[in-house]
Design a protein around this ligand. Sequence first.
Ligand SMILES: NC(=O)c1ccc[n+]([C@@H]2O[C@H](COP(=O)([O-])OP(=O)(O)OC[C@H]3O[C@@H](n4cnc5c(N)ncnc54)[C@H](O)[C@@H]3O)[C@@H](O)[C@H]2O)c1
Ligand SMILES: [Zn+2]
Length: 368
Amino acid sequence: MSDLVSVALGERSYDIHIGSGVLQNSGKLIASLVNGSGTALPIVTDENVAKLHYKTLADSLTGFGFSPMPIVLPPGEKTKSFSHLQNLLERLLALEIERGGIIVAFGGGVIGDLAGFAAGILKRGVAYAQIPTTLLAQVDSSVGGKTAIDTKHGKNLVGVFHQPRIVIADISVLKTLPARERLSGYAEIAKYGLLGDAEFFHWLEDHAQQALAGDEAAITRSVVHSCKMKASIVVRDEREAGERALLNLGHTFAHALEAALGYSDSISHGEAVALGCVLAFELSAKLGHCTAEDAARVERHFAALGFKTRRSQIDGPRPSADELLGHIRHDKKTQGGRMTFVLTKGIGKAFVARDVEENVVKGLLSKD
Ligand SMILES: NC(=O)c1ccc[n+]([C@@H]2O[C@H](COP(=O)([O-])OP(=O)(O)OC[C@H]3O[C@@H](n4cnc5c(N)ncnc54)[C@H](O)[C@@H]3O)[C@@H](O)[C@H]2O)c1
Ligand SMILES: [Zn+2]
């Protein structure tokens, strides 16, 4: 049994296949897109994913006549670099990938972003399949076609929009995901409810514990609903001219926190997003856009799941308000010198604000 979510983008349309065990159908699903029998099929992955799940994927692909060629990279954000991109492109070229071929990105958001970017620029663009193996990648990074690497100037600053031809999200591979990674991915799920669907957030208030404890029905529903929401936003605004920016709820603060803490282990992206959502609701309440009760409800939800919802709970030296503001000013979403925030009129009612006064933000960040 698998669920299907379609991303309707005209000739760039594709389906997201979600379910427990869909990885075993990868051969059949990819064979329906390209005639690959006999040709080399590059599988870009990382060491952790390769060890745990490569065999399942490879068996399914060989069953449909493909010759999978693993390209195994080191795990971690550092792999999203110019040097790994160059190395990957050379290895793909050595496999003599044709323009009609397809590349498989098999891993978390790091692998998806890097392999997707490589596919986007190799021979001016070849097809790729996303097989996301982290919760974050299943609900967020594998859908929507944003690809990128990091540079010394910041994260995700060099990349292209390049939509995958298919996304295959197997819920069962999440069983091997470390608990902290699962929690981190969950923040993006809650984000969808908070930005545009109060009913979904309400459902999460009752079912998130279950989903995080490994209940397949609860995880599947969370992933399917998140993908539907992301797909519908991407379809309306593929290149982030407007509405897609709502997906950045909590992210202006999150990126500032991550940067101020040097992208260290003391906070993961999802942990920063949860804290960022709490701050976005607090700022909205402070500006009179939403009630203090809504802001408190968001904080209660994240705290109950074990997220840090106050900066004072983060290990290590606490970044100052000025330091955080410095990073916010440099955020790539800053336009015409004005800071851009996603604010909210209540749970499920996010909007983009470009008129927030810096001193109000500073006041908020000066608290704990
Ligand atoms: N393109 C987009 O739209 C978009 C959106 C959000 C985030 N991102 C990017 O995604 C990246 C983060 O992705 P991530 O959180 O998936 O991190 P990740 O890819 O680094 O994976 C996290 C860790 O989990 C391991 N792992 C992956 N699958 C596993 C499994 N099934 N079992 C056990 N271990 C497994 C990986 O080896 C890694 O150590 C960031 O670089 C971020 O910029 C991109
Ligand atoms: Zn995010």
